[in-house]
Ligand binder design. Structure first.
Ligand code: EPZ
Length: 420
């Protein structure tokens, strides 16, 4: 596995364009198989999770053509409703292929999904939502078998506004006669992105971004060309990194509103932030204050996917911060690695108590999940001397060459290819 080597101490400066949202691309690729034609996805950033989804589509029989960051998928040749365990266990997004496979074939066979090791990652809400559409589901030998021969539209109430479960039910409903309503659904921007994508293929979906989505079934879905939203988590990661280094950067091709929760926290810490229609600038030229309380919530609350990154910012802020993780049970793995770098963090139940220290120190640390790995990179930007981060494949799942992005923003960073 590759490593990243950082010489800390530089101020981040410069301008960067933000790539497409990983958590939009994954459901969009899953949904594309429902189309009776061709799907072109522009700015299809090739995160490793995206590459795995493209492999899954290819294995199902789709013809996938890619040049640079544009992907063309011919869905007319798809012939398989079975996702092999070797692919399924690599990504969380294999689970919401159930919905699109059921719409395409009225059947699905998918092995249990993988994804970041940040908690138990149950799928009960996915299965409960599909059962509400009268899908017969059997779980055996590590596979989920779905029979959708008698699927029908319905009213579904999600016990929790799960992003993936919302996406699964949306995809399973688009061709069902009548009206399907999803209550207490997720409101994340990626849900709106999926709604816009489905509607660009002729679906009739409304309400995404609110807690109730209404789907009028249509007869079929036609070809489309679509550009996804920018990645709000990458945007937030680089904003926090800039704040850490007392830098001054401009990020282009963003939707500032998608980061309002973070913007509020960074202003509270003492950063200056300017926003335009599709850009934002962040400046920080002084010691930042600790943010007393940070609690992860579903959108539009503070996103769990930026929890590790803002926790790192608190390690060198002035004061004490309590960071509480409400969505995933084991999303503090980064703490042990930060303590190696001189951070003062203790865990109490779902909260990390972070006491700011004057300085972090370079060390050799190991990424154990995607956003924790990104947090270690941020820590390395300000740590004294050198930091080596091992197992950066975790980071590559959701950042396309993070070292190249940061290099463009004046960071002294490089990737070491450990071809073991
Ligand atoms: C999506 O995961 C994202 N992944 C995650 O991003 C993100 O952290 C998460 O949403 C929350 O925003 C993708 O979109 C591929 P959930 P998902 O279902 O759909 C519980 C990243 O770093 N739950 O909204 O799996 C679950 O345990 C990744 O990019 C059930 O109990 O998240 C968690 O506590 C990490 N039963 C909460 O809901 C279920 O059936 C939120 O999960 C499903 C979920």
């Amino acid at each position: 596995m590759d490593s990243i080597f950082i010489k800390g101490g530089r101020r981040m400066e410069g301008v960067l364009d933000i790539s497409s949202a990983k958590n939009s691309l994954l459901p969009l690729l899953a949904a594309s198989i429902m189309c009776d034609g061709y799907v072109q996805i522009k700015k299809c950033t090739r995160y490793t999770d995206v590459n795995i989804m493209l492999q899954i589509l290819d294995d199902l029989g789709c013809k996938v053509e890619a040049n640079d960051d544009e992907v063309q998928i011919d869905c007319t040749s798809i012939h398989n409703y079975y996702i092999k365990e070797e692919y399924s266990r690599k990504v969380r997004s294999s689970i919401f292929m159930l919905g699109s496979l059921l719409t395409k074939f009225k059947r699905a066979k998918v092995a249990y999904p993988g994804g970041c090791n940040i908690g138990s990652r149950p799928i009960d809400l996915h299965l409960k939502g599909l059962r509400a559409l009268n899908v017969k589901i059997e779980e055996k030998h590590g596979y989920i078998y779905c029979d959708g021969s008698n699927m029908r539209s319905s009213i579904i109430h999600l016990d929790f506004p799960s992003v993936g479960a919302t996406e699964n039910v949306m995809m399973a409903s688009v061709l069902l006669k009548g009206t399907t309503m999803i209550c207490n659904c997720a409101c994340e921007p990626e849900i709106e992105d999926l709604q816009d994508f489905l509607n660009s293929m002729g679906a009739k979906v409304a309400g995404a971004g609110t807690s109730t989505i209404i789907i009028e079934g249509v007869a079929s879905l036609h070809s489309t060309s679509y550009t996804p939203y920018p990645d709000r988590i990458i945007t937030g990661t680089y904003m926090i990194a800039c704040a850490m280094t007392k830098g001054n950067i401009r990020l282009n091709g963003v939707v500032p509103e998608h980061n309002f929760a973070l913007i509020g926290k960074l202003k509270q810490a003492g950063c200056r932030i300017r926003i335009g229609t599709n850009w934002l600038e962040i400046m920080s030229n002084k010691q930042l204050k600790s943010i007393p309380k940070i609690e992860t919530q579903t959108y539009p609350g503070f996103p769990t996917d930026l929890q590790n990154q803002i926790l790192v910012l608190q390690t060198i802020s002035r004061g004490v911060s309590v960071v509480t993780e409400n969505l995933f049970e084991t999303r503090f793995k980064i703490v042990n690695e930060l303590v190696k770098m001189g951070a003062d963090v203790t865990i109490h139940d779902k909260s990390a108590i972070v006491r700011g220290v004057p300085q972090l120190y370079g060390a050799t640390v190991t990424a154990s999940d995607l956003r924790g790995g990104a947090g270690l990179v941020i820590a390395g930007l300000v740590a004294k001397d050198y930091t080596t981060i091992n197992d950066v494949e975790h980071i590559d799942r959701g950042y396309k060459a993070i070292e190249e992005d940061l290099c463009r923003l004046n960071v002294d960073i490089k990737r070491i290819h450990n071809n073991l």
